[in-house]
Design a protein around this ligand. Sequence first.
Ligand code: PSU
Ligand code: MN
Length: 310
Amino acid sequence: MNGMMGYESYLDIAPEVREALASGVPVVALESTILSHGMPYPENLGFAAEVEKVIREEGCVPATMAIVGGRIKAGLTEEELEIMCRAENVGKVSRRDFAIYVASGKTGATTVASTMMCAQMAGIRIFATGGIGGVHRNGENTMDISADLQELANTPVAVVCAGAKQILDIGRTLEYLETMGVPVIGNGTSDFPAFFCRKSGFGVDYAAKDEEEIARILKTKWDLGLKGGALIGNPVPEEYAQDFDEMEKVIVKALAMADEAGVRGKNITPFLLATVKDLTGGESFKSNVQLALNNARCAAKIAKKLSELG
Ligand code: PSU
Ligand code: MN
């Protein structure tokens, strides 16, 4: 051919992940933007270790995705995790940034969209995160819609999340997913969760009773050759949930601050995440950690069942 190479030559799969994939041990993908741009250092380092532990406890192997020095990484060493957590000169990489970071040898944290891309390249089907990107409030005017949603429409990876933060227009986010044909499944809930809160007031397409049922739906979707992924909404554990109306006040304030500071484009989400964290202090951070660990456990259970189904 015209000198083009397969993606394999750009991809480093960690030895443990490679072995697991070869021997049929289920693997769960994790993103790195939640570390680099979603949590403070060094707390993110503790979280990174803990989330990997939760996945191992369920009999699965974790694979955190990132681009390090232009190499696509599926599974990070401790040193690489440290780089992502320190987040010095670590960009935020979504689909549009992907080739630029690889070609120019840069280091970047992967979002939900680009983590799904990495997972597909490595042959991983299940991915756990905190919250997904979506249609922003006033998105009907700004057209600010996260690339996460298109990725769910096109890439065969199931994303387990605690819903979407109230920084977004959750109703329009769900409408967009419906238009794109992405199944939105609740894990034991008929209400799509709102990250810090167990309910958003918007329904899911289907309330699955447990991880086994979710695994069966995913297997069926992919057996049928239906394109794309699925979104699994797994509510934050009751004891770590925050009050919806209190959170709404915080979000309104954060949105006003973003507007005043003239924040645009890819910087909006990190700005809102950081501002909400500052305004709510340690309480919301604790919820954030616990809901992400809860998602990792759910994702690992789904991955295990999916591998048993064969
Ligand atoms: N929402 C959160 N925490 C996060 C993100 C979103 O509550 O860490 C991150 C995820 O990596 C997500 C990305 O994929 O932000 C979406 O960014 P954007 O809206 O620019 O697509
Ligand atoms: Mn955006």
